[in-house]
Design a protein around this ligand. Sequence first.
Ligand code: KG4
Ligand code: ZN
Length: 337
Amino acid sequence: MLLLALESSCDETSVAVVRNGAEVLSNLISSQVDLHAVYGGVVPELASRRHLEVINPLVAQALADAGVKPGQLEGVAATRGPGLIGALLVGLSFAKAYAYALGVPMIGVHHIEGHILAIQLERQVEFPFLAAAVSGGHTHLFRVDGIGRYRLLGRTVDDAAGEAFDKVAKMLGLGYPGGPIIDRLAKSGDDGGIVFPRPLLKKDNFDFSFSGMKTAVLNYLHGLENRPDDQHIAQVACAFQTAVVDVLTRKIIRAARAEGLCRIVVAGGVACNSGLRATLTRLAAEKGLEAIFPSPGLCADNAAMLAVAGDYYLSRGQRSGLDLNAVSSWPLEQVRG
Ligand code: KG4
Ligand code: ZN
């Protein structure tokens, strides 16, 4: 099928044209980072308004780049949730209207399902596998037995990993979004001997907690007599990233082994993190497991990732009605293929 895909769950508007859930003809992203940076985080109302401004021209551009006319499209896929409700409504309402006007089917897709299946646009990863969805809103481990077959193994009990990166960066006065900035500072590998706690690491389950780690950074900063200089800030960033990567890596590997899974797919914005990519790849290999990361462009929010599940469901005759509503929270386990 030739699909138009739309993503608008947070602060990126993205439109893609994808053939057969595999061949990406265009995948445009209009980022709102500059709009929200001054506030140190995403302002939902501003996000919705910006999605509304850019979605029409972005669809036109994505079609032009793909060399596709609207009449050639055979279906539309859009993020239904989870995410910011106003932001989601822009993409989903557009998708419904566009599909209705063209007389083609539409399907609402789970944002995390999109992230987890994004890798299939680059290489076919055989099921089953362990999926680690690590983003601004999620730190969830799933057993994936096929498209639409997800079992939750563990999740964060408080903040998501990306959220913790962003909040710690804010404490350090580093700007937004914090993940990529901390990643860059941590590349020096110099943590100055600072060690932050590894919450829940000893617990015999696959849950995470990043809130305590964030508080540990805050307490450390409050305990300093002077404002830290740039080198000291970089050391704190490095120590924080090391702690996050340590917890993520060990629990991911433990979960994969407990489930007897030899493939690990890491998805979501935090999967861009160079420390996580290097450490998990190395430690997984030592245990005879394969850690698989999409290229960074497909880890962050993008519309092409929705087309894998979108194409699969639409090709099997599944479709959403025009009464489909966006949902801000939606457990992935409730998605059924
Ligand atoms: O998947 P995503 O683009 O949006 C959500 O669905 O949340 O993830 C965004 C999150 C942000 O918290 C951002 O700081 C984080 O991913 N992120 C990173 C890196 N790049 C993006 N975190 C750590 N290291 C990175 N290189
Ligand atoms: Zn995302």
